[in-house]
Design a binder for this molecule. Structure first.
Ligand code: ADP
Ligand code: ZN
Length: 306
């Protein structure tokens, strides 16, 4: 960039199932304003978002681009007739909601739009714990399980976008008689290992289980099975594990050891054999990974003039 050009300023929106977080920022070191709104109807929620950015533009001047990193399923494919919309979702009122279209009626700006986890993967690759790595995988283990994927510098869309949280895993019914909680697949990865599955299986919220509870060994087993599958199919150069459940300190160590055990020396890479502590890591952007994901999508939209 020419050094006389002003640094671009972006509006980022992290669209979650319970809240929308908005920020004005040029990058991780410079977040100038932030606001949170509960997720109600798409109309009401987006109107609050629009009002917020219009106020910010009156303070900071015109923004250069907007980015929306949102819960899915959604359509991120630019050439698709339903680009910019949420797809069929059990969330009342949100199926088919035209999020990008609504933002476009208020702002004549490039707009980036992708899943929350693809946004987080991009932000971690640009500014966080996956700089210089490609492919990059970002996985969140929270209310649901989702995975974002950056390959050759691009976020993967394909048919729609990857749904790596719904991987089908071996399930030892004797060891774990819990049938799983995914409404579509029962005992897929999300059905067995997301926060609500832990709560249903053990009868208490995941964050209240003590560190030596057998829940964590089983949880780490499922996460490690999933990661071993991602490693042999996608060959990521780094895996970022985000979300509330991954904040349990013992989970990360157990997952790393179990991934090594499952792969059993087959993937002859020093990252796995010797440096797994730097290979499977927490988000470098901490709990800002979500909203900075939206800022990264805005930066990408400005580059591509979406
Ligand atoms: P969301 O996925 O809704 O954006 P989180 O990533 O915080 O938000 O996920 C919430 C889920 O993670 C809940 O099921 C909760 O019980 C679980 N959770 C949150 N924090 C922790 C923690 N520190 N340890 C274990 N589980 C947690
Ligand atoms: Zn599923």
């Amino acid at each position: 960039m020419n050094k006389n050009e002003p640094t671009p300023l972006f509006g980022g929106i992290e669209g979650g199932g319970t809240k929308f977080v908005c920020a004005v920022s040029s990058g991780p070191a410079d977040v100038r304003a932030e606001a949170r709104f509960p997720t109600t109807t798409p109309q009401e929620t987006l109107q609050r978002v629009i009002n917020f950015f219009q106020e910010q533009e009156s303070k900071f001047g015109r923004l250069d681009a907007l980015g929306l990193a949102c819960f899915g399923p959604l359509d991120p494919r630019l050439a698709s007739p339903t680009y910019g919309r949420i797809m069929l979702t059990p969330k009342p009122g949100w199926s088919n909601a035209d999020l990008v279209g609504t933002l476009r009626t208020a702002f004549d700006l490039p707009i980036g739009f992708d899943t929350d986890v693809n946004g987080a993967a991009l932000a971690e690759a640009r500014w966080g714990a996956a700089q210089g790595c490609d492919p990059v995988m970002y996985i969140t283990i929270g209310t649901g399980i989702g995975g974002g994927l950056l390959v050759n510098g691009n976020l993967v869309h394909g048919l729609i976008h990857p749904e790596t949280g719904h991987l089908l895993l071996p399930h030892d019914w004797q060891r774990d008689p819990f049938p799983g909680a995914c409404p579509f697949h029962g005992d897929c990865f999300e059905g067995l290992a997301a926060g609500p599955a832990i709560e249903k299986r053990w009868g208490q919220r995941a964050e209240t289980l003590p560190p030596d509870h057998p829940a964590w060994e089983l949880e780490a087993e499922y996460i490690a099975l999933a990661l071993a599958n991602y490693i042999v199919t996608l060959s990521p150069q780094r895996i970022i594990l985000g979300g509330g459940v991954s904040q349990q300190p013992q989970v990360m160590q157990l997952v790393r050891r179990k991934v090594q055990a499952r792969l059993n020396g087959y993937v002859q890479s020093p990252q796995i054999l010797e440096q797994i502590d730097q290979y499977i890591v927490h988000p470098g952007l901490g709990n800002q990974a979500g909203v900075l994901g939206a800022i990264a999508l805005a930066a990408q939209a400005l580059q591509n003039q979406n």
